[in-house]
Design a binder for this molecule. Sequence first.
Ligand SMILES: [Ca+2]
Length: 255
Amino acid sequence: MLCSSYMCVLVCGLMLAIWVDIGVADQFLQGEPGLPGRLDEFAKTMSSGFNATEVKLDLLNKRQSRMATDLLRLKTKSSQTMKMLYTMLTYRKKFERKVLAGINSIVNTLEEIKHCLGCTCPKGYERYSSATCGTFCYRFESNNCSSWSAARSVCQAEGGDLLVPSECYYQFFREKAQQHEGTCSHFWIGGNTNTPGSNYVNVKGDPVPSSFSFWSVGQPDGLLGESCLEMRSYLTNYLMNDYHCDRPEGFVCQI
Ligand SMILES: [Ca+2]
């Protein structure tokens, strides 16, 4: 009895469910009021969404394409800029070289002007300066061995003369002579005589007296016609001597 009641309820439930489904299907088939409209609206919305997406994608493609073009242009410009910079650097180097050459030229000119003004000595000459003995330029020639006359001509061609012997600075030149020894022996200096052994005068025409402190012992002796003045190295360590004018010796120029 209980079993048949349960079966009855189950059967009734199944029948009710089938009835409801049939109702819904029927309702759908007959058309729910407003549903087609909403479906159309939904379709339109979807279509509009797709269209909008396509437009956006198209825009993105165009932007991408424009960016690619811009990048290419930028790359070209960068390349041109690099070339321009390289050219500028090249010109700058050339310009700097020209400026340096110009500066060197100015410096050389200033050096020449300084020489002309007597601030410094000509090339090859050294400067002598003393509060009591004055200032001048000098050079020792140790390898171009010459007669007294030829040596004097060389010094005169350089704008000076042979060194004038002077009490004031003779000792200084004795010491310098030792530092300038070369191929030639002894050094001619600026003094001679027409009467060997006496009446010596310097190249300025002033007398070189026999009382001169730096005559070598026993000099001047005018031996066998010696009549030109030298700083003699042998035995006397560059004290002054009269000697044969035609002998080749070194010499000292003074400007
Ligand atoms: Ca002598």
